[in-house]
Design a binder for this molecule. Structure first.
Ligand code: F0G
Length: 457
Protein backbone atom coordinates (compact mmCIF):
# COMPACT_ATOMS: atom_id res chain seq x y z
CA UNK A 1 0.00 0.00 0.00
CA UNK A 2 0.98 3.64 -0.44
CA UNK A 3 1.71 5.63 2.73
CA UNK A 4 -1.41 7.65 3.66
CA UNK A 5 -1.32 11.35 2.88
CA UNK A 6 -1.46 13.50 6.02
CA UNK A 7 -4.56 15.74 6.21
CA UNK A 8 -2.51 18.51 7.92
CA UNK A 9 0.70 20.45 7.56
CA UNK A 10 3.33 20.96 10.24
CA UNK A 11 3.65 24.30 12.06
CA UNK A 12 5.88 23.43 15.03
CA UNK A 13 8.61 20.79 15.24
CA UNK A 14 10.43 19.14 18.14
CA UNK A 15 13.96 17.90 17.39
CA UNK A 16 14.77 14.25 18.11
CA UNK A 17 18.04 12.35 17.71
CA UNK A 18 19.29 8.78 17.68
CA UNK A 19 21.52 8.02 20.70
CA UNK A 20 24.79 6.17 19.99
CA UNK A 21 24.90 2.40 20.07
CA UNK A 22 26.92 2.57 23.29
CA UNK A 23 24.37 4.83 24.99
CA UNK A 24 21.46 2.63 23.91
CA UNK A 25 23.15 -0.42 25.40
CA UNK A 26 23.76 1.42 28.64
CA UNK A 27 20.33 3.08 28.77
CA UNK A 28 18.30 -0.14 28.53
CA UNK A 29 20.42 -1.72 31.30
CA UNK A 30 19.97 1.36 33.51
CA UNK A 31 16.24 0.95 32.90
CA UNK A 32 16.26 -2.69 34.03
CA UNK A 33 15.12 -3.73 30.52
CA UNK A 34 11.83 -1.98 31.16
CA UNK A 35 11.00 0.55 28.44
CA UNK A 36 8.81 2.47 30.92
CA UNK A 37 11.98 3.30 32.84
CA UNK A 38 13.91 4.75 29.88
CA UNK A 39 14.51 8.48 29.78
CA UNK A 40 12.53 10.16 27.04
CA UNK A 41 15.69 11.89 25.80
CA UNK A 42 17.25 8.47 25.12
CA UNK A 43 14.41 7.62 22.73
CA UNK A 44 14.37 8.41 19.01
CA UNK A 45 10.88 7.24 18.01
CA UNK A 46 8.55 6.84 20.94
CA UNK A 47 5.92 4.17 20.30
CA UNK A 48 5.42 3.41 23.98
CA UNK A 49 1.85 4.58 23.92
CA UNK A 50 -0.79 6.53 22.05
CA UNK A 51 -1.91 7.95 25.40
CA UNK A 52 -1.40 11.66 25.93
CA UNK A 53 1.14 11.76 23.10
CA UNK A 54 -0.90 13.36 20.32
CA UNK A 55 -0.01 16.57 18.53
CA UNK A 56 -2.75 19.14 19.12
CA UNK A 57 -4.09 21.26 16.29
CA UNK A 58 -3.87 25.04 15.97
CA UNK A 59 -7.56 25.09 16.87
CA UNK A 60 -6.90 23.18 20.10
CA UNK A 61 -3.96 25.43 21.03
CA UNK A 62 -6.14 28.47 20.39
CA UNK A 63 -8.67 26.92 22.76
CA UNK A 64 -5.99 26.63 25.46
CA UNK A 65 -5.75 30.43 25.45
CA UNK A 66 -9.37 30.81 26.45
CA UNK A 67 -9.03 28.57 29.47
CA UNK A 68 -11.42 29.77 32.15
CA UNK A 69 -9.63 28.81 35.36
CA UNK A 70 -12.53 29.57 37.68
CA UNK A 71 -12.79 27.01 40.46
CA UNK A 72 -16.49 26.54 39.78
CA UNK A 73 -18.60 26.80 36.64
CA UNK A 74 -15.74 27.22 34.12
CA UNK A 75 -17.12 27.91 30.64
CA UNK A 76 -14.79 25.25 29.26
CA UNK A 77 -16.64 22.63 31.28
CA UNK A 78 -19.86 23.58 29.52
CA UNK A 79 -18.10 23.46 26.14
CA UNK A 80 -16.89 19.97 26.99
CA UNK A 81 -20.33 18.92 28.17
CA UNK A 82 -21.80 20.15 24.88
CA UNK A 83 -19.14 18.28 22.87
CA UNK A 84 -19.89 15.04 24.76
CA UNK A 85 -23.62 15.55 24.13
CA UNK A 86 -23.09 16.28 20.43
CA UNK A 87 -20.49 13.62 19.61
CA UNK A 88 -21.40 10.79 21.98
CA UNK A 89 -25.03 11.58 22.76
CA UNK A 90 -24.70 11.32 26.55
CA UNK A 91 -26.52 13.93 28.62
CA UNK A 92 -24.42 13.89 31.80
CA UNK A 93 -20.68 14.41 32.11
CA UNK A 94 -18.38 13.92 35.10
CA UNK A 95 -14.84 15.12 34.29
CA UNK A 96 -11.76 13.37 35.74
CA UNK A 97 -8.01 13.91 35.45
CA UNK A 98 -7.64 10.89 33.14
CA UNK A 99 -9.29 7.58 32.31
CA UNK A 100 -8.41 5.69 35.47
CA UNK A 101 -10.00 8.48 37.52
CA UNK A 102 -13.28 7.74 35.74
CA UNK A 103 -12.78 3.98 36.27
CA UNK A 104 -12.21 4.58 39.95
CA UNK A 105 -15.48 6.50 40.41
CA UNK A 106 -17.63 4.33 38.17
CA UNK A 107 -16.38 0.98 39.44
CA UNK A 108 -16.32 1.97 43.10
CA UNK A 109 -19.96 2.93 42.68
CA UNK A 110 -21.06 -0.17 40.73
CA UNK A 111 -18.91 -3.06 42.04
CA UNK A 112 -19.62 -4.81 45.37
CA UNK A 113 -17.28 -7.26 47.10
CA UNK A 114 -17.45 -10.71 45.48
CA UNK A 115 -19.04 -9.56 42.20
CA UNK A 116 -17.71 -10.14 38.70
CA UNK A 117 -17.52 -7.84 35.69
CA UNK A 118 -17.59 -9.64 32.34
CA UNK A 119 -15.75 -7.61 29.72
CA UNK A 120 -14.63 -8.44 26.18
CA UNK A 121 -11.01 -8.23 27.35
CA UNK A 122 -9.31 -6.77 30.40
CA UNK A 123 -7.28 -3.61 30.40
CA UNK A 124 -4.68 -3.21 33.16
CA UNK A 125 -6.10 -0.20 35.03
CA UNK A 126 -9.71 -1.29 34.47
CA UNK A 127 -9.01 -4.73 35.94
CA UNK A 128 -7.36 -3.19 38.98
CA UNK A 129 -10.21 -0.75 39.61
CA UNK A 130 -12.67 -3.66 39.54
CA UNK A 131 -10.48 -5.58 41.98
CA UNK A 132 -10.03 -2.75 44.51
CA UNK A 133 -13.72 -2.84 45.65
CA UNK A 134 -13.47 -6.67 45.76
CA UNK A 135 -14.61 -7.60 42.25
CA UNK A 136 -13.10 -9.71 39.50
CA UNK A 137 -12.94 -8.97 35.78
CA UNK A 138 -13.62 -11.95 33.52
CA UNK A 139 -12.94 -12.11 29.77
CA UNK A 140 -15.93 -12.56 27.45
CA UNK A 141 -14.40 -11.90 24.06
CA UNK A 142 -14.93 -14.18 21.06
CA UNK A 143 -12.29 -16.94 20.74
CA UNK A 144 -11.01 -15.49 17.47
CA UNK A 145 -9.45 -12.63 19.48
CA UNK A 146 -6.95 -15.01 21.08
CA UNK A 147 -5.61 -16.13 17.71
CA UNK A 148 -3.18 -13.58 16.22
CA UNK A 149 -3.63 -15.06 12.73
CA UNK A 150 -7.44 -14.97 12.64
CA UNK A 151 -8.75 -12.33 10.23
CA UNK A 152 -12.19 -11.81 11.81
CA UNK A 153 -13.16 -8.16 11.05
CA UNK A 154 -14.53 -7.52 14.57
CA UNK A 155 -12.25 -9.41 16.92
CA UNK A 156 -13.39 -7.20 19.81
CA UNK A 157 -16.90 -8.71 19.81
CA UNK A 158 -18.51 -10.08 22.94
CA UNK A 159 -19.28 -13.81 23.07
CA UNK A 160 -22.86 -14.24 24.33
CA UNK A 161 -22.31 -17.90 25.22
CA UNK A 162 -19.52 -16.92 27.58
CA UNK A 163 -21.75 -14.24 29.12
CA UNK A 164 -24.55 -16.75 29.58
CA UNK A 165 -22.13 -19.17 31.27
CA UNK A 166 -21.06 -16.48 33.76
CA UNK A 167 -24.70 -15.73 34.56
CA UNK A 168 -25.46 -19.45 35.01
CA UNK A 169 -22.33 -20.19 37.05
CA UNK A 170 -22.23 -17.15 39.31
CA UNK A 171 -25.90 -16.11 39.40
CA UNK A 172 -27.30 -12.82 38.17
CA UNK A 173 -26.82 -10.96 41.45
CA UNK A 174 -23.06 -11.56 41.24
CA UNK A 175 -22.74 -9.66 37.97
CA UNK A 176 -22.00 -6.01 38.78
CA UNK A 177 -22.43 -4.88 35.18
CA UNK A 178 -21.20 -5.82 31.72
CA UNK A 179 -18.25 -3.88 30.33
CA UNK A 180 -17.32 -3.47 26.68
CA UNK A 181 -14.10 -1.88 25.53
CA UNK A 182 -14.02 -0.23 22.12
CA UNK A 183 -11.15 -1.15 19.79
CA UNK A 184 -9.88 -3.60 22.37
CA UNK A 185 -6.39 -2.50 23.33
CA UNK A 186 -5.01 -5.80 24.68
CA UNK A 187 -6.44 -7.77 21.75
CA UNK A 188 -4.50 -5.64 19.27
CA UNK A 189 -6.76 -2.61 18.85
CA UNK A 190 -9.60 -4.74 17.48
CA UNK A 191 -13.09 -3.26 16.98
CA UNK A 192 -16.55 -4.28 18.16
CA UNK A 193 -19.33 -4.34 15.56
CA UNK A 194 -22.54 -2.34 15.83
CA UNK A 195 -24.51 -5.55 15.46
CA UNK A 196 -22.71 -7.02 18.46
CA UNK A 197 -23.42 -3.90 20.56
CA UNK A 198 -27.08 -3.89 19.55
CA UNK A 199 -27.49 -7.57 20.41
CA UNK A 200 -25.65 -7.15 23.66
CA UNK A 201 -28.14 -4.51 24.73
CA UNK A 202 -31.04 -6.85 23.96
CA UNK A 203 -29.30 -9.65 25.85
CA UNK A 204 -28.59 -7.48 28.91
CA UNK A 205 -32.07 -5.91 28.92
CA UNK A 206 -33.53 -9.38 29.37
CA UNK A 207 -31.52 -9.70 32.59
CA UNK A 208 -31.74 -6.01 33.58
CA UNK A 209 -27.93 -5.82 33.51
CA UNK A 210 -26.24 -2.48 32.98
CA UNK A 211 -23.72 -2.02 30.20
CA UNK A 212 -20.78 0.32 30.76
CA UNK A 213 -18.36 0.94 27.91
CA UNK A 214 -14.73 1.79 28.02
CA UNK A 215 -15.21 4.19 25.12
CA UNK A 216 -11.59 5.35 25.10
CA UNK A 217 -10.94 4.43 21.46
CA UNK A 218 -14.53 4.64 20.26
CA UNK A 219 -13.86 7.03 17.37
CA UNK A 220 -11.36 4.61 15.86
CA UNK A 221 -13.86 1.80 16.46
CA UNK A 222 -16.50 3.86 14.65
CA UNK A 223 -14.14 4.21 11.69
CA UNK A 224 -13.85 0.40 11.44
CA UNK A 225 -17.64 0.06 11.58
CA UNK A 226 -17.89 2.44 8.68
CA UNK A 227 -15.14 0.59 6.79
CA UNK A 228 -16.36 -2.96 7.45
CA UNK A 229 -19.99 -3.16 8.50
CA UNK A 230 -22.79 -3.31 5.96
CA UNK A 231 -25.10 -0.32 6.03
CA UNK A 232 -22.58 2.14 7.51
CA UNK A 233 -20.47 2.86 4.38
CA UNK A 234 -21.69 6.46 4.12
CA UNK A 235 -22.77 7.15 7.70
CA UNK A 236 -21.06 10.15 9.34
CA UNK A 237 -18.72 9.03 12.15
CA UNK A 238 -20.64 11.05 14.74
CA UNK A 239 -23.87 9.28 13.85
CA UNK A 240 -22.10 5.94 14.24
CA UNK A 241 -20.71 7.01 17.60
CA UNK A 242 -24.09 8.14 18.87
CA UNK A 243 -25.68 4.88 17.86
CA UNK A 244 -22.88 2.89 19.55
CA UNK A 245 -23.31 4.82 22.80
CA UNK A 246 -27.10 4.53 22.68
CA UNK A 247 -26.77 0.82 23.49
CA UNK A 248 -24.94 1.53 26.77
CA UNK A 249 -25.85 2.93 30.18
CA UNK A 250 -22.68 4.97 30.36
CA UNK A 251 -19.00 5.10 29.50
CA UNK A 252 -15.67 5.67 31.12
CA UNK A 253 -13.31 7.49 28.81
CA UNK A 254 -9.62 8.36 28.68
CA UNK A 255 -9.43 11.55 26.60
CA UNK A 256 -5.70 10.99 26.12
CA UNK A 257 -6.30 8.85 23.02
CA UNK A 258 -9.03 9.73 20.51
CA UNK A 259 -9.47 13.31 21.84
CA UNK A 260 -5.98 14.25 20.62
CA UNK A 261 -4.86 15.82 23.90
CA UNK A 262 -2.12 15.29 26.45
CA UNK A 263 -4.29 14.87 29.55
CA UNK A 264 -7.92 14.37 30.58
CA UNK A 265 -10.73 11.91 31.07
CA UNK A 266 -14.39 11.69 31.96
CA UNK A 267 -17.34 9.47 32.53
CA UNK A 268 -20.60 10.13 30.75
CA UNK A 269 -24.05 8.64 31.13
CA UNK A 270 -27.77 9.08 30.65
CA UNK A 271 -28.42 7.19 33.88
CA UNK A 272 -29.44 9.62 36.61
CA UNK A 273 -28.46 7.35 39.46
CA UNK A 274 -24.92 6.72 38.13
CA UNK A 275 -24.57 10.42 37.43
CA UNK A 276 -25.61 11.59 40.87
CA UNK A 277 -23.42 9.09 42.72
CA UNK A 278 -20.28 9.70 40.66
CA UNK A 279 -20.79 13.45 40.56
CA UNK A 280 -20.76 13.35 44.33
CA UNK A 281 -17.68 11.11 44.49
CA UNK A 282 -15.71 13.26 42.06
CA UNK A 283 -15.38 16.02 44.64
CA UNK A 284 -13.71 13.56 47.03
CA UNK A 285 -11.13 12.15 44.64
CA UNK A 286 -10.63 14.46 41.66
CA UNK A 287 -11.89 18.01 42.17
CA UNK A 288 -15.12 19.95 41.78
CA UNK A 289 -17.66 18.45 39.34
CA UNK A 290 -16.99 21.23 36.82
CA UNK A 291 -13.28 20.42 36.46
CA UNK A 292 -12.54 16.99 37.99
CA UNK A 293 -8.77 17.42 38.08
CA UNK A 294 -8.41 19.18 34.73
CA UNK A 295 -7.47 22.81 34.13
CA UNK A 296 -10.05 24.85 32.24
CA UNK A 297 -7.68 25.08 29.27
CA UNK A 298 -7.32 21.30 29.20
CA UNK A 299 -11.09 20.84 29.15
CA UNK A 300 -11.26 23.19 26.15
CA UNK A 301 -8.61 21.15 24.32
CA UNK A 302 -10.56 17.96 25.04
CA UNK A 303 -13.83 19.54 23.86
CA UNK A 304 -12.26 20.57 20.54
CA UNK A 305 -10.28 17.35 20.20
CA UNK A 306 -13.32 15.13 20.69
CA UNK A 307 -14.90 16.79 17.66
CA UNK A 308 -11.70 16.80 15.53
CA UNK A 309 -10.92 13.20 16.39
CA UNK A 310 -14.29 12.14 14.98
CA UNK A 311 -13.61 13.62 11.52
CA UNK A 312 -13.61 11.00 8.80
CA UNK A 313 -10.57 12.27 6.85
CA UNK A 314 -8.44 12.38 9.95
CA UNK A 315 -9.51 8.88 11.08
CA UNK A 316 -8.87 7.46 7.63
CA UNK A 317 -5.30 8.77 7.68
CA UNK A 318 -4.83 7.63 11.27
CA UNK A 319 -5.94 4.05 10.81
CA UNK A 320 -4.07 3.77 7.51
CA UNK A 321 -0.80 4.98 9.01
CA UNK A 322 -1.03 2.14 11.53
CA UNK A 323 -1.92 -0.25 8.70
CA UNK A 324 1.06 0.98 6.65
CA UNK A 325 3.47 -0.06 9.42
CA UNK A 326 1.71 -3.41 9.64
CA UNK A 327 1.98 -4.01 5.91
CA UNK A 328 5.70 -3.21 5.83
CA UNK A 329 6.28 -5.77 8.60
CA UNK A 330 4.03 -8.42 7.09
CA UNK A 331 5.82 -8.08 3.76
CA UNK A 332 9.00 -9.24 5.54
CA UNK A 333 7.11 -12.04 7.38
CA UNK A 334 7.51 -10.45 10.81
CA UNK A 335 4.79 -12.08 12.98
CA UNK A 336 2.14 -9.53 13.98
CA UNK A 337 -1.47 -9.63 15.18
CA UNK A 338 -3.85 -9.61 12.22
CA UNK A 339 -5.80 -7.80 11.02
CA UNK A 340 -3.97 -4.61 12.02
CA UNK A 341 -5.92 -2.62 14.62
CA UNK A 342 -6.65 1.04 15.23
CA UNK A 343 -3.86 2.41 17.37
CA UNK A 344 -0.92 0.04 17.24
CA UNK A 345 0.86 -2.86 15.65
CA UNK A 346 1.33 -5.81 17.99
CA UNK A 347 4.31 -8.10 17.42
CA UNK A 348 3.75 -11.74 18.33
CA UNK A 349 6.69 -12.28 20.67
CA UNK A 350 6.12 -16.04 20.96
CA UNK A 351 6.77 -16.37 17.24
CA UNK A 352 9.46 -13.69 17.08
CA UNK A 353 11.52 -15.32 19.86
CA UNK A 354 10.50 -18.98 19.82
CA UNK A 355 13.72 -20.00 21.58
CA UNK A 356 12.55 -18.37 24.86
CA UNK A 357 10.25 -19.94 27.47
CA UNK A 358 7.29 -17.97 28.85
CA UNK A 359 9.23 -17.57 32.13
CA UNK A 360 11.92 -15.72 30.18
CA UNK A 361 9.38 -12.97 29.32
CA UNK A 362 9.62 -13.00 25.50
CA UNK A 363 7.66 -9.78 24.98
CA UNK A 364 9.62 -7.87 27.62
CA UNK A 365 12.81 -9.21 26.02
CA UNK A 366 11.74 -8.14 22.55
CA UNK A 367 10.77 -4.62 23.62
CA UNK A 368 14.23 -4.19 25.19
CA UNK A 369 15.98 -5.59 22.13
CA UNK A 370 14.10 -3.27 19.77
CA UNK A 371 15.16 -0.27 21.83
CA UNK A 372 18.78 -1.36 21.99
CA UNK A 373 18.84 -1.96 18.26
CA UNK A 374 17.16 1.20 16.97
CA UNK A 375 16.14 3.56 19.83
CA UNK A 376 12.49 2.85 19.03
CA UNK A 377 10.53 2.52 22.28
CA UNK A 378 7.72 -0.03 22.42
CA UNK A 379 5.88 -1.76 25.28
CA UNK A 380 5.34 -5.26 26.62
CA UNK A 381 1.71 -6.43 26.49
CA UNK A 382 1.73 -9.99 27.74
CA UNK A 383 2.40 -11.87 30.97
CA UNK A 384 4.17 -9.01 32.74
CA UNK A 385 1.16 -6.74 32.07
CA UNK A 386 -1.34 -9.44 33.01
CA UNK A 387 0.17 -9.90 36.49
CA UNK A 388 -0.56 -12.62 39.01
CA UNK A 389 -3.71 -14.51 39.84
CA UNK A 390 -5.41 -12.70 42.73
CA UNK A 391 -6.19 -15.95 44.54
CA UNK A 392 -3.22 -18.24 43.84
CA UNK A 393 -0.50 -15.60 43.47
CA UNK A 394 0.86 -17.44 40.40
CA UNK A 395 1.95 -15.66 37.23
CA UNK A 396 -0.74 -15.75 34.55
CA UNK A 397 0.53 -16.50 31.04
CA UNK A 398 -2.15 -15.19 28.67
CA UNK A 399 -2.37 -16.66 25.14
CA UNK A 400 -1.25 -13.34 23.68
CA UNK A 401 2.35 -12.40 24.46
CA UNK A 402 2.79 -9.19 22.50
CA UNK A 403 4.93 -6.12 21.98
CA UNK A 404 2.96 -3.01 21.16
CA UNK A 405 4.24 -0.44 18.70
CA UNK A 406 1.75 2.29 19.47
CA UNK A 407 1.42 5.14 17.03
CA UNK A 408 0.91 8.59 18.58
CA UNK A 409 -1.69 10.62 16.69
CA UNK A 410 -0.45 13.18 14.12
CA UNK A 411 3.11 13.01 15.54
CA UNK A 412 5.30 10.85 13.30
CA UNK A 413 5.74 11.06 9.55
CA UNK A 414 5.55 8.10 7.24
CA UNK A 415 9.37 8.18 7.05
CA UNK A 416 9.48 7.52 10.80
CA UNK A 417 7.14 4.60 10.19
CA UNK A 418 9.47 3.26 7.49
CA UNK A 419 12.54 3.61 9.76
CA UNK A 420 10.71 1.64 12.45
CA UNK A 421 9.68 -1.12 10.06
CA UNK A 422 13.18 -1.44 8.61
CA UNK A 423 14.79 -1.68 12.07
CA UNK A 424 12.39 -4.37 13.22
CA UNK A 425 12.87 -6.37 10.02
CA UNK A 426 16.66 -6.22 10.58
CA UNK A 427 16.26 -7.38 14.15
CA UNK A 428 13.99 -10.21 13.03
CA UNK A 429 16.78 -11.48 10.84
CA UNK A 430 19.16 -11.77 13.82
CA UNK A 431 16.55 -12.81 16.40
CA UNK A 432 18.20 -16.11 17.43
CA UNK A 433 20.93 -14.29 19.36
CA UNK A 434 18.60 -12.39 21.71
CA UNK A 435 18.90 -13.67 25.32
CA UNK A 436 15.85 -13.86 27.62
CA UNK A 437 15.25 -11.98 30.88
CA UNK A 438 14.59 -12.73 34.52
CA UNK A 439 12.53 -10.43 36.73
CA UNK A 440 14.60 -9.09 39.61
CA UNK A 441 12.17 -6.53 41.07
CA UNK A 442 8.39 -6.73 41.11
CA UNK A 443 6.14 -3.98 42.53
CA UNK A 444 2.73 -4.86 43.97
CA UNK A 445 0.42 -2.91 41.65
CA UNK A 446 0.56 -2.69 37.83
CA UNK A 447 4.00 -4.28 37.90
CA UNK A 448 4.77 -3.67 34.22
CA UNK A 449 5.30 0.04 34.89
CA UNK A 450 8.16 -0.41 37.37
CA UNK A 451 9.42 -4.02 37.27
CA UNK A 452 13.14 -4.56 36.61
CA UNK A 453 14.86 -7.33 34.68
CA UNK A 454 18.32 -8.71 33.98
CA UNK A 455 19.56 -10.64 31.00
CA UNK A 456 19.95 -14.39 31.53
CA UNK A 457 23.60 -15.30 30.98
N1 F0G B 1 -8.92 2.13 29.24
C1 F0G B 1 -8.18 1.81 28.17
C2 F0G B 1 -8.74 0.94 27.12
C3 F0G B 1 -6.87 2.31 28.05
O1 F0G B 1 -6.14 1.99 26.99
C4 F0G B 1 -6.36 3.15 29.08
C5 F0G B 1 -5.01 3.65 29.03
C6 F0G B 1 -7.18 3.45 30.18
C7 F0G B 1 -8.46 2.92 30.21
C8 F0G B 1 -6.71 4.30 31.31
O2 F0G B 1 -6.68 5.62 30.93
O3 F0G B 1 -4.26 6.23 31.10
O4 F0G B 1 -6.05 7.98 30.93
O5 F0G B 1 -5.77 6.67 33.01
N2 F0G B 1 -4.14 3.20 28.27
C9 F0G B 1 -2.78 3.66 28.12
C10 F0G B 1 -2.07 2.78 27.13
C11 F0G B 1 -2.05 3.85 29.38
O6 F0G B 1 -0.87 3.01 26.94
O7 F0G B 1 -2.68 1.89 26.54
P1 F0G B 1 -5.62 6.68 31.53
Amino acid sequence: MQPPVEPFKIKVVEPVKIPSEERRREAIREAGFNTFLLLSEDVFIDLLTDSGTAAMSDNQWAGMMIGDEAYAGSKNFYNLEKAVQDVLGYKHLVPTHQGRGAEHLMFQHLVKDGQIVPRNMYFTTSKLHVEIPGGKMVDSIIDEAHDPENLHPFKGNMDFNKLQTYIDDYGLEKIAFVSVEMNVNMAGGQPVSMENLRKLREFCDDYKLKIIYDATRSSENAYFIREREKGYEDTPIIEILREMMSYSHGSVYSSKKDCLVNIGGFLATNDKEIYEATRNMVVVYEGLHTYGGMAGRDMEAVARGLREGAEYDYLKYRVNQVRYLGELLMKANVPIVKPTGGHAIFLNALKFLPHLTREQWPAQTLAGAIYEDSAVRSMERGAVSKGRDKETGENIFPPLELVRLTIPRRVYTNTHIEYTAKSIVNLYEKRDNIPGLEMVYEPKYLRFFQARFEQIK
